[in-house]
Design a protein around this ligand. Structure first.
Ligand code: MUC
Ligand code: MG
Length: 389
């Protein structure tokens, strides 16, 4: 079969005898549901179970690449059903017959469908996972190799009573050595959110890093008032406190904030990142492989690297497969490994799909070592948690 135009002229096998002209034969999407031990609540929504989608890229080498799509209707407008449908009806058919190498062409083919960020990201990451398995390389190595430092972990604290949130941080510090916390704020009474941050700083002192994430729950004026009330608490970032669509107010917030404003929901594509940074609507960028995969996350990272802007590898409230993808990306570049990555909320889940659980030790995530993203789905667990039969 003549390869589609533009595919890389590849030798039929790598030096190791591994095939490198591997082509996609099928992409499937398996909805599953795994309960959380406790709901995670924040200003824009809440999650009670990981109602996610396992995406698998099947190839003519018999290798299957895997990734996970977390629907967040309150952030991207996707649902578990929409992700399954768009993979089955549009994204999968667009990839069949194409080489795993042609990731830029695969990106272009998928982006003929607008929106659906986590569906596209999962297909992209499953392609990288499959290619890594074919070549015997980790995704981190394929992205340029490790940053040569352990990957520090940040834990995201969802809404709860101040004492409960402080206790959760204490357990993360005592049990896993995690010393960086992102505190959900916004929508609740502002004084309550400020009280939580103040209680965390009072309990743990200067030995922990703290930042807040409002999920667009405040106005710019409320945000500025909250930052004034917290100015003695040494916050690292203020993430998406007010909606980016309040365009002039958002720029006023960034101008007056004494701490960097971190863009998340307003920076979901390279174009949005460019607009937010060049218009003075953000100082730093959260990169989430759950929405930009590896191919487009690398574009965003190079943009931030070139512009001299800090990044944080963020958390889409991922399961362990999604967390493995975030970690593979975060570990690959000094800029993404410089800050703690948000990699711990899988611990809130009652179970997961993998044969071997991820581990956080002394505040660092122990990176899976296998090829691709380095993890394997437990087929019995998948059978138990899948919701399509
Ligand atoms: C975050 O950083 O916002 C909450 C909503 C969402 O889309 O992601 C999570 C975490
Ligand atoms: Mg956020």
């Amino acid at each position: 079969m003549t390869p589609p135009t533009g595919s890389l002229p590849t030798a039929s096998t790598a030096g190791s005898g591994l095939r490198t002209d591997v082509r996609v034969t099928r992409v499937d999407a398996v909805p599953f549901s795994i309960p959380y031990r406790k709901p995670l609540r924040f200003a824009s929504g809440e999650v009670h179970a990981a109602d996610h989608v396992l995406v698998r890229v099947h190839t003519d080498a018999g290798v299957v690449g895997i990734a996970e799509a977390p629907p967040r209707p309150f952030t991207y407008g996707e649902t578990q059903a929409s992700i399954v449908a768009v993979v089955d009806q549009l994204l999968g058919p667009a990839l069949v017959g194409r080489s795993l190498h042609d990731r830029n062409a695969l990106r272009a083919a998928m982006h003929r469908t607008v929106g659906n960020p986590t569906a596209k990201a999962a297909v992209d990451m499953a392609v990288w996972d499959a290619l890594g398995r074919c070549l015997g390389l980790t995704v981190t190595a394929m992205l340029g190799g490790g940053a040569g430092r352990p990957l520090r972990v940040c834990h995201m604290l969802g809404f709860d009573d101040p004492a409960v949130m402080v206790a959760e941080a204490g357990r993360m510090l005592a049990d896993h050595g995690v010393d960086t916390f992102k505190v959900k704020v916004g929508r609740r009474p502002l004084e309550l959110d400020v009280a939580v941050v103040r209680a965390l700083r009072a309990e743990f002192g200067p030995g922990i890093d703290l930042y807040v994430d409002g999920n667009r729950g405040w106005t710019a004026s409320e945000s500025l008032r909250a930052l004034r009330l917290m100015e003695d608490l040494d916050l690292s970032f203020a993430e998406e406190l007010c909606p980016a669509d309040d365009v002039l107010d958002r720029r006023r917030l960034v101008r007056r904030s004494t701490i960097p404003v971190l863009a998340d929901e307003s920076a979901t594509t390279p174009a949005e990142v460019t607009r937010e940074l060049l218009s003075g609507a953000a100082d730093a960028v959260s990169i989430k492989t759950a929405r930009t995969g590896f191919t487009v996350s690398r574009v965003v990272l190079d943009l931030c690297d070139g512009l001299g802007v800090e990044v944080v590898v963020g958390n889409q409230v991922d399961g362990q497969l999604g967390t493995s993808c975030s970690a593979a990306f975060a570990a690959a570049h000094p800029l993404t490994a410089a800050r703690a990555a948000e990699l711990s909320n899988f611990l809130d889940m009652s179970d997961d799909l993998l044969t071997e659980s991820l581990r956080i030790e002394q505040g660092h995530l122990v990176l899976p070592v296998g090829p691709g993203v380095g993890v394997v789905v437990d087929e019995e667990k998948l059978e138990h948690y899948r919701r399509d039969r």
